[in-house]
Design a binder for this molecule. Structure first.
Ligand SMILES: Nc1ncnc2c1ncn2[C@@H]1O[C@H](COP(=O)(O)OP(=O)(O)OP(=O)(O)O)[C@@H](O)[C@H]1O
Ligand SMILES: [Mg+2]
Length: 497
């Protein structure tokens, strides 16, 4: 692993140097070669295991914990910082550099009352979801490995510590800007330094002046909207959208009590510690904007308010367009014939773009409402479109509905929207390439974790394998695509990790 130290060298005063605390009996619980390739690591080795567990020093690593703050569940926490994540530096890979962080690597000056550790179940979940989201084309941080240990840690009961080795293009969060805005009122030198660093590292085409700042913040707004559109389309609930968990690059970040929807439920709450549903599935788009508004406030000392507002105004437009793009692909609805190569959708001729957008949103919303009313599985229902002949009324999808009339009414409007499909087989294949068969259902993660506790890594490795190709039929793993058993339906997790 070849490391460089741009953040460490250019931003002193933005972190504390801290060395990871060694851990007893480290061993690989899981390894992602796909992630390893990003930083040119050919295979796991014993030397790497010792280094990434904190038992031996890695050459060129700097070891630091970043300082940030953030809005947590709506309230401002003036000082957070990496309490259990220690960054080694930026590993150089064939397509760019990736921060390497040991999440659960030991206490730091920002640990407050925490022990600096992560428990095995949360480390495994973070690993699995990072790699799974990537395969689903959702922007995300990545995970190289999970390292297990013998170290006992105390949560509600005694558990065992583990480390997730996280790769991120950047660990800079909205909360970084909030921290430096609030800690240096009146002389925003560090805030400016951080913005300039972010732009130079990640937006090399932009300048570090007023025009560049405006373009940069606009891009942050767009990237955040795009990430959330992906979550809504794939049926992913993050669970803890605090501003310290929002990456400035619009990558899904910090995976705790997340969940995919099993049965579609718009107001699904996946976080046991969120009884009010602040971060419910349906709230995510609104919270994304709220978080961006907090970021805009933090940037106000250096970016003109008109520019910030203009950028924020693009959020909803971008989110809706991205969501429409993803859902149209899932349902096989080609865009307006005026613009599209497909001449199929006869009924839409003459509609303006906005009218078509609105009628498509209505059609999509109609389908999710039907799913909710009929207690249908979100992922499996969408996957059924890969077997659907849009010209035929009867289908396995229709058979799933109790409210058949409701479905028929919807289907009629949908058929009209689609028009004639020339090559149904090709159309079905396209649906299968965007509607996954396999997602990381909470109960699957739970089963794999219980097996790890019993010393059996096979279910974890099988799950990792199946999630690497979520759109492919993998008949030997058909069971992984089933709806959860009763005990695993809508399983929600606590924040303790
Ligand atoms: N066991 C722990 N020991 C020390 N600090 C902790 C611990 N758990 C959480 N924290 C700190 O509490 C804050 C909020 O935690 P949160 O769960 O959002 O982050 P995290 O999962 O620890 O890490 P990250 O955001 O880097 O993925 C963070 O500053 C985090 O570092
Ligand atoms: Mg966090």
């Amino acid at each position: 692993m070849q490391l460089k130290q741009d953040f460490f060298e250019q931003l002193s005063g933005f972190y504390s140097q801290v060395f990871p605390l060694g851990i007893s009996n480290p061993h690989w619980l899981a390894w992602s070669q796909d992630a390893a390739n990003l930083i040119a690591i050919e295979k796991p080795s014993d030397a790497l295991l010792q280094g990434l567990s904190g038992n031996a020093q890695i050459a060129d690593a700097s070891y630091y914990a970043q300082v940030y703050s953030g809005h947590q569940f709506g309230g401002y926490s003036p000082q957070l910082g990496d309490g259990r994540s220690i960054i080694l530096g930026e590993a150089i890979g064939p397509q760019g550099a990736w921060d390497v962080a040991l999440k659960g690597g030991g206490p730091t000056p920002y640990s407050r009352h925490g022990d600096g550790r992560a428990v095995m179940r949360s480390a495994v979940r973070e690993f699995l979801i990072s790699e799974a989201l990537h395969q689903l084309h959702v922007p995300t941080t990545r995970a190289l490995a999970v390292i297990g240990s013998d170290l006992p840690v105390w949560r509600e009961t005694q558990e065992t510590a583990a480390i997730t080795v996280r790769l991120a293009k950047s660990h800079i969060r909205f909360g970084h800007f909030e921290f430096f805005c609030h800690s240096e009122r009146g002389a925003p030198d560090k805030l400016k330094q951080l913005v300039n660093f972010t732009i130079k590292q990640h937006y090399p085409d932009l300048s570090c002046d007023a025009a560049g700042y405006k373009a940069w913040f606009t891009q942050v707004v767009r990237d955040t909207a795009k990430m959330i559109a992906h979550w809504q389309a794939i049926g992913f609930a993050h669970g803890v959208m605090n501003t310290d968990n929002m990456s400035i690059l619009g990558d899904s970040f910090d995976f705790g009590p997340f969940a995919f929807l099993d049965t579609f439920k718009e107001d699904f709450i996946c976080n046991h510690s969120d009884p009010e549903g602040r971060y419910a599935f349906s709230q995510q788009p609104g919270i994304g904007l709220w978080n961006l508004q907090r970021l805009a406030q933090a940037l106000a000392p250096i970016i003109a308010s008109d520019d910030l507002i203009a950028a924020l105004n693009q959020y909803q437009v971008e989110l809706v367009q991205q969501y429409l793009r993803l859902m149209r692909a899932k349902l096989g609805m080609a865009v307006s014939p005026a613009k599209a190569t497909s001449p199929e959708a006869e009924s839409n001729k003459g509609l303006t773009d906005t009218e078509l957008d609105n009628s498509d949103l209505e059609l999509i919303g109609g389908f999710t409402m039907l799913m909710e009313g009929n207690h249908l599985d979100y992922t499996n229902s969408l996957r059924s479109f890969g077997q659907l002949d849009p010209h035929t009324k009867h289908s396995s999808l229709r058979d799933d509905f109790i409210d058949v009339n409701g479905f028929d009414n919807w289907f009629e409007a949908y058929q009209k929207r689609l028009g004639h499909i020339h090559d149904v087989e090709q159309w079905q294949g396209q649906r299968n390439s965007v509607n996954p068969k396999y997602i990381l259902r909470n109960y699957l993660a739970q089963e794999a974790i219980v097996a790890v506790e019993e010393g059996n890594l096979t279910p974890l490795h099988e799950l990792q394998q199946v999630l690497q190709k979520p759109f492919d039929e993998q008949p030997e793993f058909d069971d992984f695509a089933k709806r959860p058993p009763d005990w695993g339906q809508g399983l929600i997790m606590s924040c303790s990790s």
